[in-house]
Design a protein around this ligand. Structure first.
Ligand SMILES: NC(=O)c1ccc[n+]([C@@H]2O[C@H](COP(=O)([O-])OP(=O)(O)OC[C@H]3O[C@@H](n4cnc5c(N)ncnc54)[C@H](O)[C@@H]3O)[C@@H](O)[C@H]2O)c1
Ligand SMILES: Cc1cc2c(cc1C)N(C[C@H](O)[C@H](O)[C@H](O)COP(=O)(O)O)c1[nH]c(=O)[nH]c(=O)c1N2
Length: 174
C-alpha cells in the first residue's frame, strides 16, 4: 500500500490546517520521558509535570522546556528565572499525576523529599537525573513559552528505571 493510501482522509491535503484533536492524537504517539520541572525564588515555589522537554545543544549545555502560558505556574517560572528538570524514575507516576494540574502547590511539594543545587530550584529525591538550570532565553510559539535553559549542574538523586508517557498512559522501563 502506498503512503498516500495509508493516511486518513483528514491528513490528505497538505494545505488544510490540522485541527487540534488530530494533532493531539499524533502527539500521543510521540513517546516521551516524564519530568517534574520545579522552581523557587522571589516569586515562590512552583512545579509542574512536563513531557515537552528535550536536549538542544551540548555547547553550551542547553535543554528546552515548553510551558503553557495559561498554567498557574507560569508567572513563577518567568519571575524566578531558574528551574530544575527532574526526570522521573519508574514508580513515580503518582507524582506525575499530582504535578499534572489542579492540585495546590503546597500539596504537590509535600508528597516528596527535596534538596537543592546552585540555583535553589527543588531537586527531587529518587529522580533518575536532575538538571539545575537558568532560563537563558524565552520564545513564545502559540499557546506555549519555549524556555531555553542553560544547564548549570547535574545530579543523580538515586532513581532507577525509566518512566515514559506514550498513548496517554505511563509505561515503566526496566
Ligand atoms: N505539551 C503540553 O503542554 C502537554 C503535554 C502532555 C499533556 N498535557 C496536558 O495533559 C492533558 C492530558 O494529556 P493526554 O496526553 O492524556 O491527552 P491529550 O489528547 O490532551 O494530548 C495528547 C498529546 O498531545 C500533546 N498535547 C496535549 N496538550 C497539548 C498542548 N496544549 N500543547 C501542545 N501539545 C499538547 C501531548 O503530546 C499529549 O501527550 C492535556 O489536556 C494537557 O493539558 C500537556
Ligand atoms: C503527562 C503530562 C504531561 C504534561 C502535562 C500534564 C501531564 C499529566 N502538562 C500540564 C501541566 O503539568 C499542568 O498544566 C501544570 O501542572 C499546571 O497546572 P495548573 O495550571 O497549576 O493547574 C504540561 N504542561 C506544559 O505546559 N508542558 C508540558 O510539557 C506538559 N506535559
Amino acid at each position: 500500500m502506498s503512503v498516500a493510501h495509508a493516511l486518513p482522509l483528514s491528513a490528505a491535503s497538505p494545505a488544510a490546517p490540522v485541527e487540534r484533536d488530530l494533532f493531539r492524537g499524533a502527539m500521543a504517539r510521540l513517546g516521551a520521558a516524564v519530568n517534574l520541572v520545579t522552581t523557587d525564588g522571589p516569586a515562590g515555589l512552583a512545579g509542574f509535570t512536563a513531557t515537552a522537554v528535550c536536549s538542544v545543544s551540548d555547547t553550551p549545555p542547553t535543554l528546552l522546556v515548553c510551558l503553557n502560558r495559561s498554567a498557574s505556574v507560569h508567572p513563577a517560572f518567568s519571575a524566578n528565572g531558574v528551574l530544575c528538570v527532574n526526570v522521573l524514575a519508574a514508580g513515580q507516576q503518582a507524582l506525575a499525576n499530582l504535578f499534572g494540574g489542579k492540585t495546590a502547590m503546597a500539596e504537590r511539594f509535600a508528597a516528596a523529599r527535596w534538596t537543592r543545587l546552585a540555583t535553589g530550584a527543588p531537586v527531587l529525591d529518587g529522580a533518575l537525573v536532575a538538571c539545575d538550570c537558568r532560563i537563558a532565553e524565552v520564545q513564545s510559539v502559540g499557546s506555549h513559552d519555549l524556555l531555553l535553559c542553560e544547564v548549570l549542574g547535574v545530579a543523580e538523586p538515586g532513581g532507577e528505571g525509566g518512566l515514559l508517557y506514550f498513548d496517554r498512559r505511563y509505561h515503566e522501563l526496566a
